[in-house]
Design a protein around this ligand. Structure first.
Ligand code: GLN
Length: 197
C-alpha cells in the first residue's frame, strides 16, 4: 500500500490523515526526521506557517524536507503548507523549504472575507470542487515549469511543478477527496517510474 505522510507539527493533520485513508492509502503522521524514510509522499497541512517553521527548526527538519523534495518524492502543500513550499514570499526576504517555483502572498484575501467557501474548476481533478479558504494565501507568480491548475477571482490558487503540488485552500475539510486522490496518484506514478528504472 502506498504510504502518505502528513507533517504533524501543527495544523489540520487529522483531517488529511482521514482523507488519505478514505482514498485507500496508508497515512503516517510525520513527527520526527526518521519518519521521512517511511513515506512515499508528504502532505504539508494548513495551519500557521510561522508556527510550523519554528517547529521545523526546533526539530531540525528543514534540511530533511529539502532533501525529500530533491529526491523527487512528491510533496503537497495546502494553505500554510503552500507557504512552506514556495521559493518566494511577498514581503519576506527568506523562504522556508523553498522548492516550489512560485511567489506566494500570505493572508491575501482580505479581512472581510477571512474564510469562505467557493466552487472551483480544477484542471485534471474536478469541474466543481467545493474549496474552503481560511486566511488563505495566493500565488502571485509562477515559474516557467509550473502548471496552473486553478484560479479564483483572477488569482492563482492551485499549481503543480512536476512532483510538487500546492493549493491555497483546505482540500481535506469536506467529504470530497478527489484532490487527495490526485496527489496519491502522483505518488503512485513516481513509484512506478522508480520501479521501471
Ligand atoms: N494564514 C496562515 C499562514 O499564513 C495560513 C492559513 C491556513 O493554513 N489556513 O500561515
Amino acid at each position: 500500500m502506498v504510504k502518505i505522510g502528513v507533517l504533524a507539527l501543527q495544523g489540520a493533520v487529522s483531517e488529511h490523515v482521514r482523507s488519505i485513508k478514505v482514498c485507500g492509502a496508508e497515512a503516517i503522521a510525520v513527527k520526527n526526521t526518521s519518519d521521512f524514510a517511511l513515506v512515499d509522499g508528504l502532505i504539508l497541512p494548513g495551519g500557521e506557517s510561522t508556527a510550523m517553521r519554528k517547529l521545523i527548526d526546533r526539530f531540525e527538519m528543514l534540511a530533511p524536507l529539502q532533501q525529500f523534495a530533491a529526491a523527487g518524492k512528491p510533496m503537497f502543500g495546502t494553505c500554510a503548507g503552500l507557504i512552506l513550499l514556495a521559493k518566494n514570499l511577498v514581503g519576506n526576504d527568506f523562504e522556508h523549504i523553498g522548492v516550489l517555483d512560485v511567489k506566494v502572498e500570505r493572508n491575501s484575501f482580505g479581512r472581510q472575507v477571512d474564510s469562505f467557501e467557493t466552487n472551483l474548476k480544477i484542471k485534471d481533478v474536478a469541474e466543481d470542487f467545493t474549496a474552503v479558504f481560511i486566511r488563505a494565501p495566493h500565488i502571485v507568480e509562477v515559474g516557467e515549469t509550473v502548471d496552473i491548475l486553478a484560479t479564483f477571482d483572477g488569482r492563482i490558487i492551485m499549481a503543480r511543478q512536476g512532483h510538487l503540488l500546492g493549493c491555497s485552500f483546505h482540500p481535506e475539510l469536506t467529504g470530497d477527496h478527489r484532490i487527495t486522490a490526485y496527489f496519491i496518484e502522483m505518488v503512485r506514478e513516481t513509484l512506478a517510474k522508480q520501479v521501471n528504472l
